[in-house]
Ligand binder design. Structure first.
Ligand code: C2E
Ligand code: SIN
Ligand code: SIN
Ligand code: FE
Length: 611
């Protein structure tokens, strides 16, 4: 897959080339030096031939001098002859050392030697033996020696010119050597630049970009060598860094979004809104294929799915999960809630259970259960499903956990608000003869009317629990007034009317209890402006109070009071819709009244259920 041309191999070959060059150069040098030595020696010897020939002539002539002792002349002559002979032998040896191109010179030398032996030596011997000064032999000896010496000169000249040719040959060889190797060296330099230097500079520049945070930098892999390999590693490292960076950025962004979602959630008006928002947010930000939120019903320990997103095939309808020791409580969700720790299940896992069949049937590859923990227990769980088996990486589990904790906190805060509101509402009821269910009933009636009027679920849920505080201002009243068996005196009535403003004072200004305050203050105002405490009319009266007005009166009519007996459903409805003098249809918002007439039978149901 990766055809690899190693730079190391290439450089090894380059070094071999260099070595070849140097060795050739040295070899040429040594041979040349040897040739020069040989040539020099031969030229010297050939020169000495000339010198010795004349010396022999001189010695021979000297031997004719009467004053000169003949025998003493003979010895040097013989010595010269021997020396000349050995000079011939040496020169011949030298020439034979590179016989190939020297054959011509060898032949010349041999003919010189032959002439020396056949012409010069016999004459010299003759002359030395005869001592004949005037002999024509001497003249001939001189002539022959002259001719011999001249030929020796010619021979020496030839040797010298051969030597010059050797020098030129050496230079030419060097020039050829350089010419042969030069292109190779140029090639090596070019190769280094292209395959090594340029890619390394590119890598260096790219590394600097990477250091500055440009994670998208990549280099083309041009050569399949070590630098190519390095470039490939560089690219992979940059890609890994980029992915890490993106993951980290995504993580931070998701964390930021979850964080702002959590702050919104904590100030929401209803629990249903929190449940739905939690599922929507988890679905949007963590992108599972489905997510549901389930809460444990304390009485039955069953898990009730309260919101869901992405449930295309009514998957949640099939779920029957409990948080006890029954088999329905031993699935991942039950275990996560019981053990209060998240559970990540992948279809790879070696697990069994009825639920695994369901998961597979719906094509999910993994799911993550996060229990909704509070400091007092576990509210339930958020469960996210993905079609991918490895969807929930560690970072995502952490994010889910963080988000689930925020969700629990928001739900718990809302639970606490409900709890305290009911506690306060119950406190205001202590002086009533009633069972205390009045507050629950008016909540249900109001919610019923709001729903019938098409108001949103948050409004419906809010009015259901905030309506319960409508008479909290009666806490200010002495029980003698509240429990008075007859009509109230004008002073008592004056005090009684203040339960509205006092209720508003008790509830105060908290933004989560605006509706409760509105209701407490305005539930005795009348549409036609005849109510108290301010005599507001029409839409000046908050909608929640207009709704509460009917709910409150229906329940007061149905129930017995110390000052009045219980009245049946039909009569109560007639008093509200037709009036009885004290109550008039003009007291009510016509839309609320219309809604009441449509669902009046369900008021009876609620009353009977919570009697
Ligand atoms: P509540 O008993 O909770 O009654 C709430 C409202 O229901 C009354 O507001 C009134 O609009 C309606 N309502 C109650 N009983 C009747 C009834 O027999 N006929 C008709 N048509 N409407 C009825 P309201 O009148 O502003 O009274 C506010 C509160 O004042 C009452 O709350 C009750 O606590 C007290 N109250 C009212 N009338 C008397 C009374 O004659 N004797 C005593 N002891 N308390 C009374
Ligand atoms: C369980 O039942 O605990 C697993 C959840 C599921 O079936 O979807
Ligand atoms: C609600 O869920 O808000 C209504 C019931 C209750 O207040 O407990
Ligand atoms: Fe009241």
């Amino acid at each position: 897959m990766f055809r690899f041309r190693s730079i190391i191999t290439q450089h090894f070959l380059n070094s071999l080339l260099m070595l070849a060059f140097v060795l050739t150069y040295v070899y040429f040098g040594i041979t040349f030096t040897k040739e020069m030595e040989n040539d020099g020696e031969m030229i010297n010897l050939a020169g000495s031939l000339r010198y010795r020939s004349y010396k022999l002539l001189a010695i021979t002539q000297q031997s004719y001098d009467p004053a000169f002792h003949r025998e003493s002349a003979l010895l040097p002559a013989r010595e010269e002859i021997d020396r000349i002979r050995s000079a011939f032998a040496y020169i011949e040896n030298g020439l034979l050392r590179d016989a190939g191109e020297r054959s011509e010179q060898i032949r010349q030398l041999q003919s010189l030697a032959v002439r020396w032996e056949s012409q010069v030596i016999p004459l010299a011997n003759q002359l030395v033996a005869r001592r004949d000064v005037s002999s024509p032999v001497l003249v001939r000896f001189k002539d022959v020696t002259d001719v011999f010496v001249r030929d020796v000169d010619v021979f020496v000249t030839k040797l010298s010119s051969h030597n010059r040719a050797d020098v030129i040959g050496f230079n030419n060889r060097n020039i050829v050597l350089v010419l042969v190797f030069l292109p190779m060296f140029v090639q090596i330099a070019y190769f280094s630049k292209k395959h090594l230097i340029r890619p390394i500079i590119a890598l260096q520049n790219a590394s600097e970009l990477l250091m500055e945070g440009n994670f998208s930098v990549r280099l083309p892999i041009v050569f399949r060598n070590e630098v190519g390999l390095l470039t490939d590693r560089f690219n992979k490292t940059a890609a890994a860094l980029e992915e890490l960076f993106i993951t980290n950025t995504n993580y931070s962004q998701t964390l930021g979004s979850l964080n702002s979602a959590s702050s919104r959630m904590i100030s929401m008006g209803s629990r249903g809104e929190i449940y739905q928002f939690a599922c929507n947010t988890a679905h949007q930000l963590l992108s599972p294929d489905m997510v549901w939120l389930g809460l444990v019903e304390p009485a039955s320990s069953r898990l009730k799915i309260v919101s869901c997103v992405g449930d295309e095939y009514n998957y949640t309808d099939e779920l029957a999960i409990t948080c006890d020791d029954a088999p329905t409580g031993n699935g991942p969700v039950g275990m996560a809630i019981k053990n209060r720790e998240p559970r990540l299940v992948s279809i790879h896992d070696d697990v069994s259970g009825v639920w695994i069949e369901r998961i597979q049937r719906h094509g999910y590859g993994s799911f993550l259960v996060i229990p909704l923990l509070t400091s007092h227990g576990c509210l339930g769980a958020i469960t996210l499903y993905s079609k991918q088996p490895d969807f929930f990486a560690q970072g995502r589990v952490e994010l889910c956990q963080i988000f689930a904790n925020h969700t629990s906190a928001a739900i718990e805060a809302m639970n606490l608000l409900h709890y305290v509101v009911f506690a306060l509402a119950r406190a205001a009821e202590v002086n009533d003869e009633d069972t205390g269910n009045h507050i629950l009933r008016v909540g249900d009636y109001s919610a019923l009317l709001a729903e019938e009027m098409g108001l949103d679920s948050t409004f419906v849920e809010q009015i259901r629990f905030q309506a319960t505080l409508h008479d909290v201002g009666k806490l200010y009243l002495n029980s003698s007034i509240l429990k008075k068996h007859g009509p109230l005196t004008p002073e008592e009535w004056e005090l009684m009317q203040r339960h509205t403003t006092n209720g508003a004072r008790i509830i105060g200004e908290h933004p989560m209890l605006v509706m409760a305050r509105d209701i407490a203050l305005n539930h005795h105002e009348r549409w036609n402006g005849s109510g108290y405490p301010a005599g507001l009319q029409g839409e000046q009266i908050p909608l929640s109070a207009r709704i509460m007005c009917i709910a409150d009166q229906y329940d007061a009519l149905r129930n017995s009071r110390v000052y009045k007996p219980a009245i049946d459903h039909a009569t109560s409805c007639a008093i509200i819709t037709e009036g009885d003098g004290r109550t008039l249809p003009g007291h009510f918002d016509p839309e609320v009244l219309a809604a009441f007439t449509r669902v009046a039978h369900r008021f009876d149901e609620i009353y009977e259920r919570l009697a």
